[in-house]
Unconditional design. Structure first.
Length: 254
């Protein structure tokens, strides 16, 4: 694996290459994109935006996506900061992201900006790390990003857009502090949190490991995960978090 500054655009490009080269991993990303596509409202008006698109292949699955990045990465439509979205009020029917929310140092600003841009009935969907009995061990001891579920603060310290992270942040905001989230962001209705993928991302090696499970075993491991039933709440490494924009008053200013 090449050693490149994680906050350099070249690192994002390298991640994209790794995802494309590992068939097992690419199929997992495609599965996540397809699940997201089913949650985006089927309406004629309104754009669809992916945040942090540089390493992915969103348009292969959701063709009309406006792809974005905070880094100067080629192949995306817009360079932006998630805390200052360059879209008109109520102009989007959906915003989605894969492994991005836990890197946002001001998630509060993003949630308000997204509420401003998304139409009533539109959606915010994210696939993010999740805090379970099994994942805590993996994220704390076998993963390079910080995992701090006991942090009292949602804000992250200033730093690079990728090196700054708390993999526990999605769980903190939408589970541990759910009452606070609902109180401070009535514009969003937390429709569903689906826990999933306890093993396949690990078996793929992700974007930081050279190894990968053979693609021929993808369906076997998918079937095994699907048979876990209620055990998934103890084993899941990821969650799909699905929010719907309420038809309410204008979102709060920062």
């Amino acid at each position: 694996m090449q050693h490149t500054d994680i906050d350099a655009p070249e690192k994002t490009f390298l991640h994209a290459q790794i995802i494309q080269s590992k068939k097992f991993l690419r199929r997992l990303y495609a599965e996540w994109y397809e699940a997201i596509s089913l949650l985006i409202p089927d309406r004629p008006s309104g754009g669809v935006v992916e945040l942090g698109s540089g390493g992915g292949f969103a348009k292969d699955i959701i063709p009309l996506t406006i792809t974005t990045e905070i880094l100067a990465v080629s192949g995306v439509d817009i360079r932006l900061d998630a805390g200052d979205l360059p879209f008109k009020n109520s102009s989007l029917k959906g915003v989605y992201m894969l492994d991005v929310f836990h890197h946002l140092n001001r998630s509060d600003r993003f949630l308000r900006e997204a509420a401003r841009c998304v139409q009533p009935g539109g959606v915010l969907v994210m696939v993010e790390p999740w805090n379970t009995f099994f994942s805590r061990f993996i994220y704390q001891f076998l993963h390079h990003e910080p995992f701090e579920p006991d942090s009292p603060c949602w804000a992250l310290p200033a730093g690079g857009p990728l090196s700054t992270a708390n993999s526990a942040l999605p769980w903190m905001v939408f589970d541990r502090d759910r009452s606070r989230f609902e109180r401070e962001y009535p514009e969003w209705r937390l429709e569903n949190i689906r826990l999933h993928t306890p093993f396949r991302y690990l078996l793929s090696g992700g974007v930081s490991k050279c190894y990968s499970m053979p693609d021929s075993l993808f369906e076997f491991w998918k079937s095994l995960e699907n048979r876990l039933g209620s055990l998934v709440k103890h084993l899941a490494m990821f969650a799909t978090i699905y929010l719907v924009r309420e038809p309410m008053a204008t979102s709060k200013s920062d």
